[in-house]
Ligand binder design. Structure first.
Ligand SMILES: [Fe+2]
Length: 264
């Protein structure tokens, strides 16, 4: 069938006032669209880099979710990454982007290094860190604390995005559990997108639910449980942990490639 590509669909999607539209592309990869039409991505993983990097290691990281947007078609205004691991800052995805001269590229310094190596000019690279504040058009990005999961990258962070007059969305990124994660509550996010996999030292569904109880968003969206056979968890476990630890927070599971319209 020769339909519209997902990127065209996103481009054409109208976002009402006081809302943000969210598309999940798998793992920690999301595209957000504001009422004004600004497109923000985070942690786009649009290749099979991890399987190649871990070939022969005994860890199965073959991607399970199809590539819903080929890197060449991905086209956003703000490209962000939370840390420099392949499933978040993917050099192949970044290298194959065709809009390197129109977007702004945001991330911690090791990610900025990858942007540079993959042909993004310095003037388009914006370093980010926990507690930073970056404004672009109708979007404000506030950095949030994240605790590295191992010593292969020591600059993990999360983001709290403010989408125009619409919602604030906290993306935890990969993080080990720490009491400091609750500091993201100071930005009063309306939604929280959280890893729940527990594997490779990430938040487990139980820790993520306990964090949700402290952050107090209206909605909690699980991610980073779907992509890799050897790094998966059943999201229903997070739904149950949330019901137990933060019953006032609504559980919201996203479908890959389908818009989720979140309104205030
Ligand atoms: Fe990850």
């Amino acid at each position: 069938m020769c339909g519209m590509s997902l990127m065209q669909e996103i481009r054409g999607y109208e976002v009402p006032r006081n809302a943000v539209a969210i598309w999940w592309l798998g793992q920690n990869g999301f595209i957000f669209k504001t009422t004004e039409g600004t497109l923000v991505s985070t942690d786009l993983y649009l290749t099979n880099s991890c399987a190649e990097a871990y070939a022969g290691s005994g860890i199965n990281l073959e991607r399970r979710i199809p590539v819903l947007i080929p890197p060449e078609e991905a086209n956003v205004d703000l490209y962000t990454c939370t840390h420099n691991h392949l499933d978040h800052t993917d050099p192949e995805t970044i290298g194959r982007l065709c809009h390197k001269d129109t977007a702004q590229f945001v991330g911690p310094h090791p990610t900025c290094e990858v942007y540079r190596e993959k042909g993004v000019e310095s003037g388009r690279i914006v370093p980010a860190w926990p507690a930073c504040e970056i404004e672009f058009r109708d979007v404000v990005i506030r950095g949030a604390f994240a605790l590295p999961t191992d010593d292969s990258d020591l600059n993990h962070m999360g983001f709290v995005f403010q989408f125009g007059k619409g919602p604030r969305v906290y993306v935890t990124g990969d993080t080990d559990y720490s009491e400091l994660l609750a500091s993201a509550a100071r930005h009063a996010p309306d939604a929280m997108i959280t890893c729940i996999n527990g594997g490779f030292n990430n938040l487990s569904h139980y820790e993520a639910a306990r964090l949700a109880a402290q952050i107090k968003p209206k909605v909690a969206i699980p991610c980073h449980y779907d992509m890799f056979p050897d790094n998966s968890v059943e999201p229903g476990q997070f739904r149950a942990s949330l019901a137990m630890n933060a019953p006032e927070v609504r559980y919201q599971q996203l479908e890959h490639g389908k818009p989720f319209l979140f309104s205030l």
